[in-house]
Write a protein that binds this ligand. Structure first.
Ligand code: PLP
Length: 393
């Protein structure tokens, strides 16, 4: 008999955003003239930067002839991109990451989901609650049952600390999706010290680092002392440079980071990740990687920063409008997400906003139990739509 992977029965039957899309489609069908404003899923709306477009056009032209044609690329991604990442995203911030510790991929979601293949079935995994669903669901799909929730609430400023945490792996995401919270250097250093003491591992998702404007807030876990022995970091060009449709990200696995075999021997994770990627993944396209490289040019840096600034201004407008209407709001400062206390059932509030105001948000309960009572509002939209949504609110 064909046996199914029964772990799939332990996760919610639809991914959160599929459920939201379903409700929005039903509402649009019932109200065909409704002008729905989508502040739900965190998808970008602004076009790619001109320097990225130009670089990708040049790359397409190279593919048009035999002389500069590219087939499969180098396993970890092209050196021209990895070297820029190492210099701009790490060395310039005082973080010691070498180009050969960077693995270019087609986005952070797959890397965040795939990394758990490197660990045993019995490891204890800690995640924030609320949380980006990928961390939990991919571990449950793989049969892991020991998932420990770290409550993120107003009392801890949505940044839980390591005290009392006995997990083997912790997923940390700052700036956070969904709460928009950022962690200070001291808060991240406490996690790094905890991980080194316990021989635990931090999986650090900094997909939204480009939104950090407050001086002193770390963009990378590798800005903390000792992180090279206990952390892996995921980055994405999706929100930094509008690549949600282009697809490119990368994962940093330092030489020193390790897990342990049953006999206690140390097993380096970098060669394992290389083995995993070369077995199951054939690289992001040359055209995409040339586009990503252009993000690091002086023009690319200023163009992508201007777009992120635009979204941050949307976030500020939403945050201040809601605060002025008496809501308690978090996030929306170094983050595109505003986390709003709705003092009640979050799916009911979501439905009310959709039905009465034609505004799509994301109910906090979709991100975990501790998200109940909140909605997430995304700043990824045109200024016109954001202002209209504020009006309707
Ligand atoms: N990590 C977080 C926290 C996200 O919110 C997202 C996308 O929304 C991703 C990773 C995925 O990024 P990518 O588009 O690179 O797969």
């Amino acid at each position: 008999m064909l046996h199914v992977n029964e772990n799939y029965a332990r996760i919610k039957p639809t991914y959160l955003f599929a459920e939201i899309a379903h409700r929005v489609a039903a509402h649009q069908k019932a109200n065909p003239d409704a002008k729905i404003i989508r502040l739900g899923i965190g998808d970008v709306t602004e076009p790619l930067a001109p320097s990225v477009i130009a670089a990708m056009h040049r790359a397409v032209d190279e593919e048009a002839g035999r002389e500069n044609f590219h087939g499969y690329g180098p396993e970890q991604g092209y050196a021209f991109l990895r070297e820029k990442i190492a210099a701009v995203d790490y060395a310039a911030r005082g973080a010691d990451i070498k180009a050969d510790e960077i693995f270019v991929s087609d986005g952070a979601k797959c890397d965040c989901g795939n990394i758990q293949e490197l660990f045993g079935p019995d490891v204890a995994v800690a995640v924030g609650d609320p949380v980006y669903p990928v961390y939990v669901d991919t571990n449950v799909m793989a049969g892991r049952g020991d998932i420990r929730l770290l409550p993120c609430n107003a009392a801890n400023g949505f940044v839980p600390g390591p005290d009392g945490c006995t997990a083997d792996i912790v997923y940390l995401c700052y700036p956070n999706n969904p709460t928009g919270a950022v962690a200070t250097k001291e808060q991240l250093q406490a996690w790094v010290d905890w991980a080194n003491e316990r021989k635990a591992l931090i999986l650090f998702d900094s997909a939204y680092e480009a939104f950090i404007r407050t001086p002193g807030i770390p963009h990378s876990i590798f800005e903390c002392t000792g992180a090279r022995t206990c952390a892996i970091e995921f980055r994405s060009f999706s929100k930094t440079a509008g690549f949600t449709g282009v697809r490119c990200g990368y994962t940093v696995v330092p030489e020193e980071v390790a897990a342990y075999a049953a006999d206690g021997s140390r097993v380096s994770l970098k060669p394992m990740w290389m083995r995993r990627q070369t077995t199951k993944f054939n690289g992001a396209s040359y055209i995409t990687q040339r586009g990503a490289e252009a993000v690091y040019s002086p023009e690319g840096q200023s163009e992508t920063k201007a777009t992120v600034d635009f979204y941050l201004e949307n976030a500020r407008l939403v945050r201040e409008a809601l605060a002025a209407r008496g809501y308690t709001v978090a996030g929306g400062v170094d983050s595109p997400y505003v986390w709003v206390d709705v003092k009640g059932d979050s799916w009911a509030f979501f439905d009310k906003l959709l039905k009465e105001s034609n505004i799509v948000t994301t109910p906090g309960a979709g991100f975990g139990k501790a998200g109940e009572g909140y909605i997430r509002i995304s700043a990824f939209n045109s200024r016109e739509n954001v202002l209209e949504a504020i009006d309707r609110l």
